[in-house]
Design a protein around this ligand. Structure first.
Ligand SMILES: *Cc1c(COP(=O)(O)O)cnc(C)c1O
Ligand code: SF4
Length: 397
């Protein structure tokens, strides 16, 4: 049964690690310590293809290889095209660099007033607090700095970043990211969040994290207490394929939700992973069932070595069109392209409006049927300029 048909199963269990005591399995320290980080370790558990072997040799120079045992269990070891496998096992294609590809495709370094802080939009900042993740996504936008395989030497300067935010009253929204902020200790995280909460003009605190997906064991009651204490803290998780929606992830989302953390999801549109309307529909339905609202579907950034993941934008638009109207409105994410060079996120939508003029707008619904909506003034409405709006008498009924 495929994941687009089977709506009832939520994967769970220790899989290949049956022999490990459950207390170890449930410990995030154990999961991190036992990550698969080399080609030799990978080969202990599975047969790699030639492309994967070559990719593993190259990984240390680009973006480290690391997979938690929990996430490794989701890989179909007999299927070289497994959508989970493609996300975390390096491939030879990562060595290819296309003409339009860049190391810092979003121009983040140029928008950093202090190291680790990106201030691109008027009212909000991206605060990169670590360069480490629980596992590494082969298509990572920040692979230039994440995992430090490229000797980028990223040193998060919390104090400098916090001071910048304190001194800039226009910053009302702070997005903690990295790397993965939830890889910090509770103590460090509490320090950063409590400092942010103490800044009067910071209204909105959010975290971007793939930890619930790679390492749900990290979502401990103690961590949830911090979110309760300093909340509301919003969180965007990062799920790309319905198979990632396991019983463990569902339970982790539940713990976060019950601690008052509103959850959203950001997916990256990836060739061979989720570039298919049925797969995407299965994913967004599972997200809703886990109390997670699909937020963005990103066109993949123009990072180096990403050509084998890149999907035609027209395909992305087609996927959104297939969702809209055919499923719950809450389930439809906003498809967006982060403009290369640093223009920010730009929504990309299917076109529903056929024509618009002073008289009418003509549009299609989700079934492709045509409708019109008149724009002429309704009979009885005041003619243009008759009474200025501010002087319209207030009528009390
Ligand atoms: C994505 C991003 C944000 C947040 O954008 P939203 O559309 O508000 O979610 C903020 N700053 C930077 C630099 C970003 O890349
Ligand atoms: S979790 Fe996020 S930051 Fe870390 S490797 Fe994946 S995409 Fe990059």
């Amino acid at each position: 049964m495929s994941y687009t048909e089977d709506r009832s199963t939520w994967l769970e269990g220790q899989g290949l690690w049956q022999h490990v005591p459950e207390s170890d399995w449930q410990s995030w320290a154990w999961q991190l310590k036992n990550r698969i980080t080399t080609k030799e370790l990978l080969e202990r558990y599975m047969t790699l293809t030639e492309e994967e072997k070559a990719g593993c040799e190259f990984a240390n120079k680009k973006l480290a290889l690391a997979i938690t045992p929990y996430f490794f269990n989701l890989i179909d070891r007999n299927d070289p095209a497994c959508p989970i496998r493609r996300q975390v096992i390096p491939r030879a294609e990562e060595m290819l660099v296309g003409a339009d590809e860049m190391l810092d495709s979003l121009g983040e370094d140029g928008h950093s007033p202090v190291p680790g802080l990106v201030h691109r939009y008027p009212d909000r900042v991206l605060f990169l607090v670590t360069d480490r993740c629980a596992a590494y996504c082969r298509y990572c936008t920040r692979s230039r700095l994440v995992s430090n395989a490229q000797d980028y030497n990223f040193h998060p300067e919390y104090e400098q970043g916090l001071r910048y935010i304190e001194e800039h009253p226009e910053v009302r929204d702070v997005l903690l990211s990295g790397g993965d902020p939830l890889l910090l200790s509770d103590k460090k995280l509490e320090h950063i969040i409590s400092r942010l909460r103490a800044i009067r003009h910071v209204e909105f605190i959010r975290i971007g994290s793939r930890i619930p997906v790679f390492l749900p064991q990290r979502i401990t009651p103690e961590l949830c207490e911090i979110f309760k204490r300093y909340g509301p803290v919003w969180m965007s998780i990062h799920v790309n394929h319905p198979k990632e929606c396991t019983a463990e992830l569902k339970a982790a989302c539940e713990r976060l939700s019950f601690a008052g953390v509103p959850l959203g999801n950001q997916s990256v549109l990836l060739k061979g992973v989720n570039d298919d309307a049925e797969v995407m529909k299965a994913l967004v339905h599972r997200l809703l069932r886990m109390r997670v609202r699909p937020y963005y579907l990103y066109q993949m950034d123009l990072i180096t070595g990403g050509s084998h993941f890149r999907v035609d934008v027209r395909k992305g638009i087609e996927i959104i069109r297939a969702l809209r109207g055919n499923t719950t409105g809450y389930a439809v994410p906003q498809y967006a392209i982060d403009a290369p060079g640093g223009g920010g996120k730009v929504p990309v939508n299917p076109e529903y409006v056929e024509s618009i003029n002073d008289d009418e707008v003509v549009f299609r619904n989700y079934e492709g049927k045509l409708f019109r909506y008149p724009l002429k003034k309704a009979p009885g409405a005041p003619a243009d300029g008759a009474i200025p709006f501010t002087e319209v008498p207030i009528v009390v009924y």
